[in-house]
Design a protein around this ligand. Sequence first.
Ligand code: ADP
Length: 265
Amino acid sequence: GTELHLRVRVAPLGNRFMLVLAADRTEELRLAGVRRDFVANVSHELKTPIGAVAVLAEAIEAAADDPDRVRAFAQRMQVESDRLGRMTKELIDLSRIQADDPLDQPERVGITDVVDVAVDRTRVLADAKRMRVVTRVLEDAEVLGSAELITMAVQNLVANAVQYSPDATHVGIGVRVVDGVVEIAVTDKGVGIAPEDRERVFERFYRVDPARSRVTGGTGLGLSIVKHVAVSHGGEVTLWSRPGQGSTFTLRLPVAETPAREETA
Ligand code: ADP
């Protein structure tokens, strides 16, 4: 914003000066609106688990002479506090992604490497549901950006695939290159997503089934993180799904150009 203002010469460019300011202001207002919605969403989402923890603490106090009930309330309190912890972490991740531009100081990121790390990080979750995650690489590629963020994105897709599928089913990860773009496709045989929800699942805090999501500890932030990572790397994430049969989320990222040979002269 400020740079623009400084660069403008006043007298001969009077009209353009007005135009630039007007454009700037619209963007400012839009961002202010986005921030307001965000704060409203966050406060609303945090209130639920915080309220639950408070109510459960009271219930424990009231049930002090009944160990079974105390134990049951304490377990539920654990679930809520875990969820609060996850939500806080994901919110911090999200604001970090929005604050930094991964293309500012990019590193070369090998896609099969990040996929392997992401699969490792979801292993405990997959094992708990006796699920196998199978990776198939047709062609590996490197992209420019942040290895940590891309890993986080793939990890969220794999965790969702596991989470929203019946026990003992398979999750497939396919990596291939099409026209200078690397595609990482995560396929599950899970509950699927209805057409009317397909755009909305990428919104912050949106969950198709909040009741179920409470049980699984979902925060509704995972896919918005994936989308931010995709877009900030010049890519996209798309979704194909058949309700009751499964879903495929495809993350597409532009392949890094092969580095030019160093001149020896
Ligand atoms: P959550 O923390 O709830 O999983 P996400 O942003 O990762 O949040 O996903 C948003 C919603 O999209 C989920 O609550 C779920 O309803 C739906 N969803 C995400 N991934 C899948 C999937 N692989 N299969 C079916 N539904 C999914």
